[in-house]
Design a protein around this ligand. Structure first.
Ligand SMILES: Nc1ncnc2c1ncn2[C@@H]1O[C@H](COP(=O)(O)OP(=O)(O)O)[C@@H](O)[C@H]1O
Ligand SMILES: [Mg+2]
Length: 372
């Protein structure tokens, strides 16, 4: 049987570039070579595309040694090239059947890269433009999840212009509606960058100003005394059936909250517990929320759904989805599937198959209205 050619597109211009290199090394190592031929393509921090050499395929290091002495493909390589040309040049002329994007955060996870794949009419793994963009915007994601009747943490969304004009009123509203402590975060954030736990009115302005360095929208949320529960969700290979949800995992930060330091700088920043210690009723509730979030946000392929479990009231709340979650061999998404009986390599195979199936479905749609 002919092997499926998978272009693993990794790195990218986001702040999570390094994490993506580690995720990609792991994806490349684990893709089933009996089914797939792999074409690694790195995007450097300047946005340049590089065809990675054979060392990327054999690398057993934790992350990929890319971007040295590799042929370079700028985007756009040639102003006259069609987008299809640009994308397939990025993957060398030999072309491929599907792109597996392994890029976290801005440009890779927010629908921008997915839009390029759509324009180029190539198959790709994971969420489409809509779910990627919505998943990245914590404000819009929460509004949709709330409208579906699912629990979200009470919050205020601030826009930059409004903040500059009405600082006092906003502080008064936050104090009255949410109280202290509260959390302040850029709407399009990741890795806890710009996230602050604000304990009193005196610290509010500085936190909001800092969050506005990273985005033009900032969320202020009631602080939940939370256990942080995560679930892996996978599109059902039987098209139209409800998505599949893994057992739950728990992140137990050894810091005031799961901050950037706890995530990346401190080796003992957090304990990751799989499975999370939940009662059967709690697990069922968490899985129900995760399944509904995936469907509500129009996710495809995969998403990791992060919840808060209030230690005082026992209520669950939706926190966020990650549509391209960390994919290293110790990352929560693949680990939670492994613990649910789906090994890493099989998970990757399913994701590739789902991406191809979606592409076939879309290709069959009427695009030219003359054909109606
Ligand atoms: N409303 C909240 N209540 C309690 N903890 C919070 C709240 N919002 C954020 N946090 C803490 O901050 C961390 C990062 O916030 P999150 O919204 O998940 O942003 P990111 O996308 O950067 O991971 C969370 O994992 C949690 O530890
Ligand atoms: Mg988070």
């Amino acid at each position: 049987m002919k092997k499926i050619r998978v272009a693993v597109l990794y790195g990218g211009r986001s702040g999570e570039h390094e994490v993506a290199l580690r995720s990609a090394a792991s994806v490349i190592r684990n893709l089933d070579r009996s089914k797939f031929e792999i074409l690694p393509i790195g995007i450097d921090k300047n946005g340049k595309w590089h065809q990675a050499g054979p060392e990327a395929l054999t690398s057993d290091s934790a992350s990929l040694p890319i971007f040295r002495n590799l042929p370079e493909v700028s985007l756009p390589a040639n102003p006259d090239a069609s987008v299809t040309g640009v994308v397939s040049q990025g993957a060398s002329a030999s072309s491929f059947d599907i792109i597996f994007p392994v890029m976290h955060g801005t440009n890779g996870e927010d629908g921008a890269a997915q839009g390029l794949f759509e324009l180029a009419e190539v198959a790709y793994v994971g969420c489409g433009v809509l779910a990627s963009a919505v998943g990245m915007d914590k404000d819009v994601a929460k509004r949709l999840v709330a409208a579906a009747g699912l629990p979200v943490v009470p919050s205020l969304c601030l826009r930059k212009g409004e903040w500059s004009a009405k600082k006092k009123e906003i502080l008064a509203r936050a104090e009255k509606e949410l109280g202290f402590p509260c959390f302040v975060k850029p709407v399009n954030s990741g890795s806890s960058v710009g996230v602050h736990k604000v304990k009193s009115a005196a610290d509010f302005n500085a936190a909001v100003e800092d969050a506005f360095r990273f985005d033009v929208k900032v969320l202020v949320e009631k602080a939940i005394p939370a256990r942080e529960i995560e679930l892996s969700v996978l599109e059902n290979p039987k098209y139209g059936e409800p998505p599949l949800v893994s057992i739950a995992g728990e992140v137990n930060a050894n810091h005031e909250f799961y901050s950037y330091e706890a995530k990346y700088l401190d080796d003992n920043g957090a304990e990751l517990l799989i499975p999370a210690h939940l009662t059967p009723a709690q697990l069922a509730r968490a899985q129900e929320i995760a399944r509904n979030v995936f469907t509500t946000l129009e996710c495809e392929g995969l998403a990791r759904c992060d919840l808060f479990l209030d230690k005082v009231t026992g209520e669950f709340y939706f926190n966020e989805v990650n549509t391209l979650p960390g994919f290293t061999s110790i990352s929560m998404y693949p680990k939670m599937w492994e613990a649910s009986g789906l090994p890493y390599a099989e998970l990757l195979t399913k994701l590739v198959e789902l991406g191809i199936a979606r592409h076939e479905r879309k290709k069959a749609l009427v695009r030219d209205f003359k054909d109606i």
